[in-house]
Design a protein around this ligand. Structure first.
Ligand code: SF4
Length: 351
């Protein structure tokens, strides 16, 4: 028997999940339902070692495990010596492991010294995933992220200087309409300073129970349409340096243009062209592509809208939505489809 948390990045689907803390020590981000209502606690080294022993027993005869992920939302909040003891034990029990990753908050990373992080790297920690969401101080404050742009830059640089891979998550759409432009430009500015290995895009969609619904009712927050989110991503990519960071829309189906993906120093022009190609389509073509995408056909190229048969069939469906729901019928239906695709426990990250 061993304990597991509910959240991991999609890239860790086949990794061993080692729970070193429970839940999130911050737990206040307005967009994040992951750990609401449950308390944060640290686990002891002995508890975690017992879990690792349990996994080793269960997987006896299948010791080819090569990757592990330390849960939950902010593992680096544990003392470095505890983490090193856990990493040492993990590698002793699973000698073929060559990638160990975890989540950490920017503020926690800022308070870890470069030497501490180097120590963790030597012990086997290879990659840290962290939620930036936005580079704008105003947006970070609005969504109660509990970090500042300075935390992000200092924490991110500590990780990079320690030689650990850094994956920063960003959230187009989370700023709403009023702060969209600032969100895109300030996020690009911060990423240009940190220059992480990965920039992973997690398009915002509002959870039905999110406290942000109240902000919508009060008119404080106006959600963006999908077309506006694509325009926001276009502005962001345009402001990013052509650096050797991997910009990825590909591993999250709420990202409308999943093909916008690749190293910025190799594919920035291609990515801008794809974003422009979408934005220059007719409104009907954009609606057809969007409806197909959120209905599960999310690997179609943009050229699908040149297929008249597809257009004819999907436009019929869009017209039905417009007849039944009025001028917002289409957007409301897309919002509902996106809600169904919100990250589920054990399949995606919020941190
Ligand atoms: S996004 Fe991350 S830091 Fe924020 S509440 Fe959720 S788990 Fe905690």
């Amino acid at each position: 028997m061993y304990e597991q948390g509910v959240i991991r990045p999609p890239s860790e689907a086949s990794s061993l999940l080692i729970r070193v803390t429970r839940n999130c020590p911050w737990n206040q981000c307005l967009f994040c339902p992951a750990y609401k209502g449950v308390k944060f606690s640290k686990r002891t080294v002995e508890e975690v070692k017992e879990d690792i022993d349990g996994m080793a027993d269960e997987l006896r005869g299948n010791s080819d495990v090569k990757t592990a992920f330390l849960q939950d939302a902010d593992s680096l909040i544990l003392p470095v010596n505890d983490l090193v003891a856990i990493l040492d034990h993990l590698k002793e029990k699973f000698p073929k492991i060559d990638r160990i990753t975890t989540y950490a908050r920017a503020r926690t990373l800022k308070h870890k010294s470069i030497d501490d992080l180097k120590h963790l790297k030597q012990a086997g920690l290879t990659r840290i995933h962290t939620g930036l969401e936005s580079g704008s101080a105003k947006v970070l404050q609005m969504i109660k992220k509990g970090i500042t742009p300075e935390d992000v830059v200092t924490g991110g640089r500590h990780v990079m200087e320690a030689g650990i891979e850094l994956s920063e998550y960003i959230m187009p759409g989370v700023a709403g309409r009023a702060l969209s432009e600032e969100h895109a430009i300030e996020t690009a500015k911060l990423l240009n300073l940190v220059r992480p290995h990965f920039i992973r895009v997690r398009t915002f969609a509002m959870h039905p129970q999110s406290p942000m619904q109240k902000m919508v009712r009060e008119g404080i927050f106006v959600p963006l349409t999908d077309d506006e989110i694509v325009a926001e991503i276009r502005l962001l990519v345009n402001h990013l340096d052509s650096m050797h960071s991997y910009f990825s829309c590909n591993d999250f189906s709420l990202n409308l243009l999943m093909q916008v993906d690749g190293f910025l120093d190799e594919k920035k022009e291609y990515m801008l062209n794809e974003l422009d190609a979408f934005l220059s389509m007719t409104k009907r073509q954009r609606q057809v592509y969007t409806l197909l995408h959120y209905s599960g056909y999310n690997r179609y190229p943009l050229s699908v809208v040149n297929d008249q048969n597809v257009m004819d069939q999907v436009v019929l469906e869009i017209e039905k939505l417009e007849r039944s729901g009025g001028e917002h019928g289409f957007d409301e239906y897309i919002r509902m489809l996106k809600t169904y695709q919100l990250p589920q426990p054990q399949t995606d990250n919020w941190c």
